[in-house]
Ligand binder design. Sequence first.
Ligand SMILES: [Zn+2]
Length: 379
Amino acid sequence: MSPTTERPGAVPDESAGRDAAERSWALLGLECVQCGALHPVTDLPRGCPACDSAGRNSNVFCRYAETAPLAERLPYRGIPDSGQGPTPLLPWEPNVYVKNEAVHRTGSHKDRFAALVTAHAQAAGYQAVAVGSSGNAGLAVAAHAATAGLRCTVAAFSWLPEATRRLFTDLGADLRTFDDDRDRIRVVRDLADDPETLTVSNITDPVVGSHPLGIEGYKPIAWEIAEQVPGDVDHVVVPSSRGDLAWGIYLGFRDLHQVSGRPVPRLHLVEPFPRLSAVLGGAAVTDRFPGDHGRLYSIAGDSTTVQAHRAVALSGGTAIVVPDATADAYYRSLCRRGHVWERSSTTVFAALTSLRENGTIRDGSVTVLVATSHFFKGL
Ligand SMILES: [Zn+2]
C-alpha cells in the first residue's frame, strides 16, 4: 500500500470511480406545463422560453414515449443508490396512511430531488451546483453534491438557524446569506450564467418552480404508494410552497394511469395562508400573496406557480389553508405521541380534519398524508 493513499480517519470515497448516470431512451423533450410547447432536453432555468417572453413564466416537465414502462420514466437510469427511497408507508387510521419522507439521508423528501439534479449535473459535465434555500433543499443538494464531487453554492436567508448554518459548513457548501430575497435570487441568477454551474432552484419573477429533472425524482413517491396501499388511493394531502412536490407526485400518478389505467387520486395542497386558494378563487397565478407563515418555514413564500395550480386542477383536488397556530397544535399533539415531523409536515394532519369537515374526504375513501420532513429541521 502506498503511504500516500491512507490517512488517519479517512473514509471510503463514494464518488471515486462513480459512473455518470445514463439518460433514458424514452425521454423525448421538455413540455411546458402551461402552453404545451415541446422543447429539447436542456437546462431552462427560466422555464418555458415562450411563456417567459410573454411574462407568464411556467416550468416545463419531461415528456416520455407513450410506450415507455415506468422504469424508463425517469430522466436517468443507473442513479447511485443514495438512500433516496422507497420510504415507509405507516398505517395511521382505518383508510388513512402516512408516507414518511423524513427518513431520507438529510431528513426530507428533497433528497429525491437532489439525487436527480446531481446525477444530471454529473452527466452534463457541470462542476458545480447552486441552490437558493435556507433549509431542506439546500441541505439535500449540498449532501448529494458532496457525494458526487461537485462544488455547491447555497444562497440562504440571514435568519438561517445557527445549527443549520453549521451543517452547511460541515457539508462543504459555499454558504452565502442575504437579508433581502431579491439579493439572494440575484446571486443564484448570476450563477446560472456560469457555464460550470447548474442552477437547480428559482431565478425568475414570477417563480416557476425548481429544476424539472429534479422534480421527476418525486414521481416514485406515487409509484411506491401504489405498491404499498392495497387498492386504489382516493386522496393525497401534500404540504406545498411552489408545488414542486405536488406536481412531481401528480406526474407519477399520471404515469401509472398511462401505463396501467389506475385512477389518479385527488391532490390537496396545504398552505399557511391563501396563495393557491386565492388563485382557485380567481386571482392571477402571477400575483403576490403576502401572508404570515409563522414557523411553517418549509412552505413559506408569497407566490404560487402554474405547476401547483395544474396539480390541483388536473387531479380534481383542492387547496387547504392551515395557519401556523393550527399547525402548532397538531405538532404538539403529535410530539406528545412520539411522532417527530417538522411543523410544516404536520399541516397535513390538520388538513385531513378540514377536508373531512367540509365533506371532501368521505368515510370509506382512502387517503395518504405526505409527511415531508424530520423535526430536527426545526432546530
Ligand atoms: Zn410555455
